[in-house]
Design a protein around this ligand. Structure first.
Ligand code: UDP
Length: 238
């Protein structure tokens, strides 16, 4: 008998870059499909799943403004990029028979549902994966903050942040062989030591609402399911 999953409702946050595979830019459909399969396995356990996907594989507001674009316009472009990623994930999940809704913080009714909190909760209760797109709908924020905001609104038990590495390290493990992974770390330590988990406003919002963040490797097959089964390596921020 399969043990009960550790959480009933979670927020899975992934960066846009997770969808680009080995390409330097954009969407790599086989990679999107691979992640969708990871999500389906957890969905099949009966876990209610929210997702927020970044947009950095297509456009980042800061990069645009560094090249002379007006910052808020560039940020709106970044938010639109997240909608494309959300649609790609929707397509991949539905291809596997998982029902989904893309819910946009910016109205675009032909493409996605508008965000109505109680409606989104209902979708979750009906086992639909809710993919929250267009960030918070506001410039100057990131999709990490959007994930934290929606996770709070949806009463998720944790944010599961899927990255390239299996947790939070004292320094970049891609660059330093002697980097040490934390099993657990507090929100305040993340903020004080500028550990690379999420941006400061997202961490503060999680801290103020006691929402744990679990950083794990999405490159590891079965990694997402492992977290729900209490297995594998990860860092818990709490
Ligand atoms: N963005 C924004 N407000 C939000 C969320 C995102 O303005 O609430 C914009 C911002 O320009 C950001 C871009 O969307 O650079 C893409 O999101 P993010 O950088 O968080 O993506 P990730 O790094 O996770 O791929």
């Amino acid at each position: 008998q399969t043990p009960k999953p550790a959480f009933k409702r979670v927020m899975l946050k992934i960066s846009g870059e997770a969808l680009m595979g080995d390409q330097g830019f954009g969407l790599h459909p086989p990679t999107v499909q691979r992640i969708a399969r990871e999500v389906k396995v957890v969905h099949d356990l009966g876990v209610e799943i929210c997702m927020v996907i970044g947009g950095g594989n297509i456009f980042r507001g800061l990069a645009g403004s560094a090249q002379g674009m007006e910052r808020t316009t560039a940020d709106y472009m970044g938010m639109l990029a997240t909608v494309m990623n959300a649609l790609a994930m929707q397509s991949a999940l539905e291809g596997l028979g998982v029902f989904t809704r893309v819910i946009s913080a910016i109205r675009m009714d032909e493409v996605a549902e508008p965000y109505i909190r109680r409606r989104a909760v209902r979708h979750l209760e009906k086992q639909r994966v809710c993919i929250f797109a267009a960030g918070t709908g506001n410039p100057y924020f990131t999709t990490d903050t959007a994930a934290t905001l929606r996770a709070n609104e949806m009463a998720c038990e944790a944010i599961l942040k899927g990255t390239k590495v299996d947790g939070v390290y004292d320094k970049d493990p891609m660059k330093h062989d002697d980097a040490v992974r934390y099993d657990s770390v507090t929100y305040d330590e993340v903020l004080a030591q500028h550990l690379n988990v999420m941006d400061a406003s997202a961490i503060a919002l999680a801290r103020d609402n006691n929402l744990p963040i679990i950083v794990f490797s999405l490159d590891e097959p079965g990694g997402f399911r492992g977290i729900l089964a209490g297995e594998g390596t990860y860092t818990k921020v709490h």
